[in-house]
Write a protein that binds this ligand. Structure first.
Ligand code: ZN
Length: 148
């Protein structure tokens, strides 16, 4: 059994304590809510998408350290990305935390801090909650959407 502390690496602790882009976007044109009842994580993701590019992104909500840190790191990773790049990051991140991708996939940067999540299957939903919400938001123009 891996040590649970190894899951809470420095980067995750930092992003949980001081989440980045932790605010609503007044000029968002995409929003979605994420809800993970298994853990009690709830968040709302706000995006401003223009010309297929994520110009700005923020989130609010409350949840465990994994869900909060993941949302925080996601906002840093997705800002300035095209919808296609965001989709590819989503798949790469999902593979990383679910343990379904090839090992050593490059290009995830800081997001690789979450690779330990694969040892804790119950935490995969926490780590991917914000990503599912952002993906739902991108595919649902002009409306508020929700995901579980
Ligand atoms: Zn959680």
């Amino acid at each position: 059994m891996p040590d649970l502390r190894s899951l809470y690496q420095e980067i995750i602790v930092d992003h949980n304590r001081r989440p980045r882009n932790f605010h609503p976007l007044p000029d968002a044109n995409r929003t979605a809510e994420g809800n993970n009842p298994l853990c009690g994580d709830r968040l709302t993701v706000y995006l401003r998408v223009e010309g297929g590019v994520i110009r700005d992104i923020g989130f609010v909500g409350s949840g465990c350290a994994i869900s909060t840190a993941s949302a925080s790191l996601m906002t840093e990773s997705l800002r300035g990305k095209t919808e296609q790049e965001a989709d590819s990051l989503f798949r790469g991140f999902h593979d990383l935390v679910a343990g379904t991708g090839p090992p050593g996939r490059a290009g995830l940067g800081k997001l690789e801090a979450f690779s330990g999540v694969r040892e804790f299957p119950a935490r995969v939903k926490c780590a991917t909650l914000a990503w599912h919400a952002a993906r739902t938001a991108m595919k649902t123009p002009g409306n508020s959407a929700s995901t579980e």
